[in-house]
Design a protein around this ligand. Sequence first.
Ligand code: SF4
Length: 168
Amino acid sequence: MDNRSKKFVFIPFCLIAQAYQAQGIVKYEWKSSIRPFVDLLLEYNINIIQMPCAESEFKNSLIREPKGISKYDTREFNKHCEELANKVSKQIKDLVSLNYEVVAILGIEQSPSCCVNYIYTNKGMEKRMGLFMQKLYENIKELNIPIIGINRKHINKSLKELKKVIED
Ligand code: SF4
């Protein structure tokens, strides 16, 4: 008998590898993995797929200073995000075509690449998706997969949101 789970959640690379964040960003209690999300996904036997980290993969930038979205919003970086988003969306579409369930996609609020709902800029809060997330969303929007943004300072809201979509 094959006992595998056919449920999947796509996570940002840094959710389980905080070392991939820009320098000076990891200020909260989670030093490596943002553990409550991992615990929840394991508890419900969800397959965890780590999406690529657009910023660290761009010109070998594992160690980098934080930059605002306007600095990232270049033709070269957008092309890079588009290539990564195309790979991830193909993976998602392949799973769906096999009748596997992609329960949710997670993002990180305030990230120029991976935010879902908002980012702070020098003009204040902007409601928008990050450069990678926007391209991914455009590729798969017809699948209606919930996309949940994590605020690392206050994780409970997105944790509850994730639990709800898993249990629905
Ligand atoms: S680009 Fe995305 S995956 Fe990479 S560190 Fe930023 S939020 Fe995490």
